[in-house]
Design a protein. Structure first.
Length: 83
């Protein structure tokens, strides 16, 4: 199954989680920022999509990207830094 890990990260925490997920997937699994998505996103069967939480929901960049995904399998993960 062809997989990709994508993320939107404000402080680097979501990027760290994304990279950790990618490490346990097959070696050639890409891990990229949502701002640098590959043009062949539709070719991935499984997309791990991570975002930082902004006012109780996904940040705007992530919401915009998530609305365009139509892959067969999508797994979401989120981070929130709260005091």
């Amino acid at each position: 199954m062809k997989s990709i890990v994508i993320y939107s990260s404000l402080t680097g925490n979501t990027k760290q989680v994304a990279e950790t997920i990618a490490r346990v997937l097959p070696v050639d699994t890409p891990c990229v920022s949502m701002s640098k998505l590959p043009s062949d996103m539709a070719s991935y069967e499984l997309v791990f999509a991570g975002f930082w939480v902004d006012k109780g929901t996904a940040n705007k960049e992530a919401r915009d990207v998530l609305g365009t995904l139509h892959n067969p399998y999508i797994a979401l993960f989120a981070t929130a830094g709260v005091p």
